[in-house]
Design a protein around this ligand. Structure first.
Ligand code: ATP
Length: 221
């Protein structure tokens, strides 16, 4: 059975989630206060409705309690975002993802019980900053305040050496969890796997360890 989603707020963020879920074959109820936004999604979403998500009766009438996962993508109106999340929580929705506008908003959403809080502008800003600072870091995902996953390009320093020879886990405290070579991706590479210049390594660990690893083994002198 198709998973049922609802996206509340069809700005750039909510709209792009809606389009992508539909592209992946999901069933999506799209909801916004703004008639023009809803009209834009009439032919895209499975259903598109003009509604105010802060009205509890509306949420009930739309049958939101039967939806598997609701995404609250209301931006500027923090009060509406919080009230909507609280009501969805009280209705017993299994999974709620909410876009946070700032740290204060995020803190309250945590208290209300949102399952998953996203901060797209802040997170994308951090990813781009890491990519700008180091040409060798292709991507960066923050796991916590001090742990991340990064994608780095292997240069000449690593070329021809195996993971066991490099002893990255013992020397640097981080782990190479996958190696991308062209279109191939080797998840959980063997210790004997030899690195080739140009390989993309996916490394997980504490930021300070990843930074040491990157400085010593990736950055060219
Ligand atoms: P983005 O960056 O994703 O474009 P944003 O962060 O600027 O958006 P807004 O444009 O403020 O966010 O809000 C996103 C959408 O949420 C808007 O289309 C707005 O009409 C809708 N919205 C705001 N309040 C409600 C509400 N109570 N019920 C339904 N939709 C709402």
């Amino acid at each position: 059975m198709k998973k049922e989603f609802a996206v509340i707020g069809l700005g750039r963020f909510g709209g792009s989630i809606c389009r992508e879920l539909i592209r992946e074959g999901m069933h999506v109820l799209a909801l916004d206060l703004d008639e023009d936004k809803v009209n834009e999604y009439r032919d895209i979403a499975s259903h598109a409705v003009i509604a105010d998500s802060t009205d509890e009766n509306v949420l009930r009438e739309l049958g939101l309690r039967n939806i598997d996962h609701v995404i609250v993508a209301i931006g500027d109106n923090i009060q509406a975002s919080m009230l909507t999340t609280l009501m969805l929580e009280e209705m017993g929705i299994k999974k709620i993802t909410v876009k946070a506008q700032n740290d204060y908003h995020e803190k309250i959403l945590n208290k209300i019980g949102a399952d998953h809080i996203v901060h797209p502008e802040r997170d994308m800003g951090k990813r781009i900053a890491h990519n700008i600072i180091s040409n060798n870091i292709l991507d960066y995902i923050e796991l916590s305040d001090d742990h991340s996953v990064v994608e780095v390009i292997a240069g000449s320093k690593l070329s021809g050496q195996s993971l066991i020879e490099l002893d990255i886990r013992a020397q640097y405290g981080c782990n190479v969890v996958a190696i991308k070579r062209g279109k191939e991706i080797n998840v959980s590479p063997m210790a004997t796997e030899e690195i080739v210049e140009g390989d993309i390594l996916i490394v997980i660990g504490a930021d300070k360890d990843i930074s040491r690893f990157e400085k010593n083994l990736i950055t060219e002198d």
